[in-house]
Structure formats: C-alpha cells, structure tokens
Design a protein around this ligand. Structure first.
Ligand SMILES: Cc1ncc(CN)c(N)n1
Length: 231
C-alpha cells in the first residue's frame, strides 16, 4: 500500500522522502505506530519510549541551538530559536504531563539513562551539524519533525476510537505541531535554495543529503524498536 502524500509544503522534504522511501516507510509504518493507533501498545512500552524521548528532545533542542550557530541570516537564526521554543514549551510539556500522571517526576526524567538507540540518533544529528553546514544539519533534523507530523495526521484519521494514546496523537496532529512543520518546511526550502540552488537533485550535494535523511529515518525506526523492548 502506498503512503498518502504529506501535507507539508516543503519541496525539498517531498523530494528527499520520495528518493529514500525504503527508509522512510519502516519509520512511518512501524509496529509501534500501528499499536499507538489501535491501542494495543503496552503501557510499559509507551512509558519507556516517553522517558527516552524526553532526553531525546533535550538533545534535539541542542541541535536546533547549533542551527543558531550555523545560521547564515538573521531569519534562519529566528526560525531556529522559534523551533527551540516550541520544543521547550509545547512538545516537552506533553511528556512531562503524561509521565506525571504515572507518578514519574521531571527530575527522574532528566536523569534517565539513555538507551544506545537514543544516544546514536541524537549524536548523529549533532555530528551532521558540527561537521556539515546549516543545510546538512536541517536535513538531519527534518525526519524527526515531519515524520511525527505525518504520523500524527495518519493516526488522527485511522486510530481506533478509545485508544489510550489519543492525547499523544492529538498533539502531533494538532494545529500547533502541524504549523511548526509548515514553518520548518519553508525554512528548509529557503536554506537549500540559498546554498544549492532550485534544482536540488542536480546538486553535487544531493547524494549526501539523501544519505543524511535516510540515516535519520532509519534511526527513527530504531527509536520505535527501542520502545518495543519494554513491551
Ligand atoms: C525520536 C523522536 N522523533 C521525533 C519526534 C517529534 N518531534 C520526537 N518527539 N521523538
């Protein structure tokens, strides 16, 4: 079955997704995602994932901070700061709220021992930014942002009513998160056009961008798999 087209207006994301679909699909269609939707995901797996994801988002915010360092224009700096703000004030509070209901406090979350899958992913993204330029960094950051946007929309349309994971689904399908994806998509296209021109696929940098995007997508699938270890 082919995946529905995502709704984010980023030409570059659409092109990278199409070029690396074999890596994208196992992320978007992972068993963990399907079980969030039909409600069969064990709570232990969800909480394990959520605690790891709290730490993940902290490092992901650091990677956007690196975007501020790598930015070439004030507009790029502003966008990166805006995304960091969204992570700290919209997405992380979801994790804190859901964990608090289970008696897990923020101190405990902050001190969680990182799983190797988590470490590998966040440090890979940071490394892309440190060794590459702003565009390399964004290419490593995009699968996270847009993948959950796509998953959120898919699940909002297909989830079994009464799934205990509705609040999680609503966050990623909601206007705030979708709006953030839209903003990131615009930033991504502008950054690419400024650096490699309009014809992305003809750029000598295209294979490397595909490689970064595909690697981040595979690391996302690995992150879901890590969650299932606690099932
Ligand atoms: C691992 C991961 N990937 C993506 C997202 C969505 N920002 C997230 N919270 N966690």
């Amino acid at each position: 079955m082919s995946l529905p087209q995502p709704h984010f207006s980023s030409e570059l994301f659409t092109a990278l997704r199409a070029a690396t679909l074999d890596d994208w699909k196992p992320y978007i269609e992972h068993e963990f995602v399907a079980r969030l939707g039909d409600g069969t995901l064990p709570k232990t797996a969800f909480l394990h994932y959520l605690k790891q994801d709290y730490v993940y988002l902290h490092h992901y915010a650091r990677a956007w901070a690196l975007g501020v360092v790598k930015a070439a224009t004030l507009q790029e700096t502003r966008f990166c700061a805006y995304i960091m703000h969204g992570l700290a004030h919209m997405e992380l509070p979801l994790h804190v709220r859901l964990c608090a209901r289970e008696g897990i406090g923020e101190d405990e979350l902050f001190n969680i021992r990182e799983e190797p899958e988590n470490l590998a992913y966040t440090r890979y993204v940071l490394d892309c930014g440190q060794t590459g330029d702003f565009l390399d960094l964004l290419t490593a950051l995009i699968p996270c942002a847009h993948g959950y946007g796509e998953i959120g929309l898919d699940l909002a349309a297909t989830a079994t009513s009464g799934t205990p994971y509705q609040e999680w689904i609503d966050t990623y399908a909601g206007a705030d998160y979708q709006g953030m994806c839209h903003t990131v998509g615009k930033l991504f296209d502008r950054a690419a056009k400024d650096r490699i021109g309009e014809d992305f696929e003809k750029s000598p940098r295209w294979p490397r961008l595909c490689q970064i995007f595909a690697t981040a997508s595979r690391l996302e699938a690995g992150f879901w798999q890590m969650g299932l270890k606690a099932a």
